[in-house]
Design a protein around this ligand. Structure first.
Ligand code: ATP
Ligand code: MG
Length: 645
């Protein structure tokens, strides 16, 4: 059996950490027993308010209602920039690392202020007002952060659309939020290739008559089409513009942004977040989860098009006056050593990435990692999917040289900030477990009848009390928010994830609830079977789904990607079945194993089991929305090689 190793908090880590286990216990208890006291202290210490709130908190989860710091006035850009200027104007706010390793830049807080205020004035001059929606469709360049902060400064609501999305996906999102302004670049650069962003915008806008301004950052100077009157160059528009732009006083409950979920389970939803609670959640978790201390270099590898980029590249770090690194490129360009080279080049202290990236780099072996020093690193993080214990150990041993704790952070676009996570100075780690709730978070496991499960057990993960950065609405479709998150289990926020709680009260995310497979009465989480399969040296990645089975109710269908350069054999199949039997039990053995050169993934790297389930069940006419797939061609291959049941 694969033994889950326990990693106690090293003394050296505990001693210098902001929060040790005693502090965690005390603060957690306070946060749930005296929430008024706890949250008013946190909101005062983390944020600067122009005017205090009238009511700290009011919520009714039965109706999906939540309000935090209502009546309080603040501005997110002011909190992320202006208030730092006096002490830290010359400190670097953003380190930018280009796709090409010879390109990088450093932007101080003072420079950031100059960019953001001028851009804010340009937006105003184009008629953008408080409450208007602005679409940001950008590569990973500092202007993406300037654009978000400029919107926040004037009270416009941004909707960042990942730069890898197609013109159709972009059009749908612009129309859904009725954006009138788009901020983009001529082209993006990723892995040495050019991405035709402006061209995509032009295509999308054919069906968006309300868009009156397109601001274009010159990134590559590639040739683009131009529509006079509508299009304007970013650098020309900002030239000579005043830096005098007083921040709008926003109510804590005024909208800050809309962000469409990545769509791994269905049609994307425009998740709406508000100002005060969101910023507090992002800032607090950035500081405590990553144990962030002044002067450290923090690198989150997500794209700003995802919530992880919003909360942990831009808002959390900047609210805390941190130095945040923004990377334009990809992990394997120019070669598979790039992440680790960037860490050495900029002396990164805290590194936060996704299991999909870790597994891809694991496939390349240890050499690309070991070529680099990584001695500046002291903490690693993971987010986006359950991290299988094998990838966890590799991350810990090979990347972190057994020195750096890993925070496996569970959260969602809808939660705004991290909800279940270790704190490095407080929490003994178990590979594959997101461990314990963050302050104020009250997770529960519910059984099929919606009853809370006590002690160790498995069920549906729900949250039983409001937290400041929770979703407030689905833009334009409030009913959809209620239906999706607050109807199935009245009085709870329903996460859509399944989880197990062990004897120590640690949470293990087992995958989406609709990914739980019921084989002859055994409820099996996809993550458990996948973790067992990837333990095999020959397996790079695996995804399992259920399909109808005459005898067992459901059978397990596994899609398995072998290691690079390896020819899969029948022998390997037998070994995999034996491995699953040994790790979980023979009831969890996949009936069918299909070799998959690639798996369908969202643009943010999550496996889309929804599509695999359709393939396994032979429901090919009805694959659903595939517009958010990173590489639609992998689907055809899987269909062609589909195994008959
Ligand atoms: P959609 O809701 O449109 O299907 P999505 O849920 O993939 O898209 P996100 O909000 O980015 O979009 O992802 C949140 C989900 O990612 C969680 O519900 C969970 O399934 C998974 N997840 C995130 N972090 C972790 C983690 N540390 N461990 C396990 N699962 C995680
Ligand atoms: Mg989701």
């Amino acid at each position: 059996m694969y033994e889950i190793s326990l990693h106690p908090v090293p003394d050296a880590v505990r001693k210098q950490a902001l929060i040790d286990n005693d502090a965690y216990q005390r603060l957690y208890q306070q946060s749930v027993e005296q929430p008024e006291l706890f949250w008013s202290e946190q909101a005062t210490s983390f944020l600067t308010w122009f005017q205090p709130w009238e009511q700290l908190h009011r919520s009714d989860l039965k109706k999906g209602e939540a309000e935090w710091f209502k009546g309080g006035k603040l501005n997110v850009a002011y909190n992320c920039i202006d208030r730092h200027l006096e002490q830290r104007g010359e400190q670097v706010a953003i380190i930018w690392e280009g796709d090409n390793p010879s390109e990088s830049a450093q932007i101080t807080y003072r420079k950031l202020h100059s960019h953001v205020t001028r851009l804010a004035n340009v937006l105003k001059s184009r008629g953008v007002k408080k409450g208007d929606r602005v679409c940001i469709y950008m590569p990973m360049i500092p202007e993406a952060a300037y654009a978000m902060l400029a919107c926040a400064r004037i009270g416009a609501v941004h909707s960042v659309v990942f730069g890898g999305f197609s013109p159709d996906a972009l059009r749908d999102r612009i129309l859904d939020a009725d954006c009138r302004t788009v901020i983009t670049a001529d082209e993006g650069v990723r892995g040495g290739k050019y991405v035709p962003l402006k061209q995509n915008v032009d295509k999308a806008l054919k069906d968006c008559p309300n868009v009156s301004s397109v601001l274009v950052v010159q990134r590559t100077e590639g040739k683009i089409d131009w529509q006079e009157g509508r299009d304007l160059w970013y650098h020309e528009a900002l030239h000579g513009v005043s830096e005098d732009c007083p921040p709008e006083w926003m109510d804590a409950e005024d909208p800050l942004f809309i962000l469409y979920t990545s769509g791994s389970t269905g049609k994307p939803k425009g998740v709406l977040h508000t100002t005060g609670g969101y910023l507090l959640g992002a800032a607090m978790t950035h500081k405590y989860v990553f144990d962030y201390k002044d002067g450290e270099i923090f690198w989150c590898t997500a794209d700003v098009g995802w919530v992880t980029g919003h909360s942990y590249i831009v808002y959390g770090p900047l609210a805390n006056a941190a130095t945040t690194l923004m990377f334009e490129g990809v992990p394997n360009y120019p070669d598979a050593s790039r992440f680790w080279q960037v860490i050495d080049k900029h002396q990164v202290n805290i590194f936060y990435t996704a299991p999909t990236a870790i597994r891809a780099l694991m496939r390349e072996g240890e050499a690309p990692v070991k070529r680099t020093s990584r001695s500046s690193l002291r903490l690693l993080g993971s987010v986006g999917e359950p991290i299988n214990p094998e990838a966890w150990e590799w991350y810990y041993n090979v990347v972190g040289d057994c020195r750096c704790p890993i925070v496996d952070t569970w959260w969602q676009t809808e939660t705004g900030s991290i909800l279940i996570t270790p704190l490095p100075g407080a929490t003994a780690l178990k590979p594959g477990s997101a461990t314990r709730p963050f302050f104020g978070v009250q997770p529960v496991l519910l059984d099929e009848k919606g009853k809370e499960i006590e002690g160790a057990g498995s069920g549906v993960l729900a949250i039983k009390a409001s937290w400041p950065s929770q979703i407030r609405s689905v833009y334009g479709d409030h009913k959809r928010m209620i239906d999706t998150y607050f109807s199935a289990y009245p009085g709870y926020y329903f996460t859509g994830d399944g989880a197990r709680r062990d004897e120590d009260g640690y949470y293990w995310i087992t995958g989406r609830v609709d990914d739980v497979i019921n084989v002859s009465g055994h409820r099996i989480g996809t993550a458990e079977v996948e973790s067992a399969l990837v333990l095999h040296d020959a397996v790079a990645e695996a995804a399992v789904v259920g399909y109808p089975h005459d005898l067992k109710g459901q059978g397990i269908y596994a899609f398995v990607t072998p290691m690079k350069g390896l020819e899969p054999t029948e022998e390997l199949k037998k070994e995999l079945l034996a491995l699953v039997s040994k790790e979980i039990g023979s009831f969890a053995k996949p009936e069918l194993i299909q070799w998959a050169p690639g798996l369908p993934k969202t643009r943010s790297g999550k496996i889309m089991r929804r599509i695999l389930r359709k393939i396994a069940c032979n429901e090919l006419e009805n694959l659903g929305d595939t517009s958010t797939l990173a590489d639609p061609s992998v689907v055809q291959n899987l269909i062609d090689k589909r195994l008959n049941q």
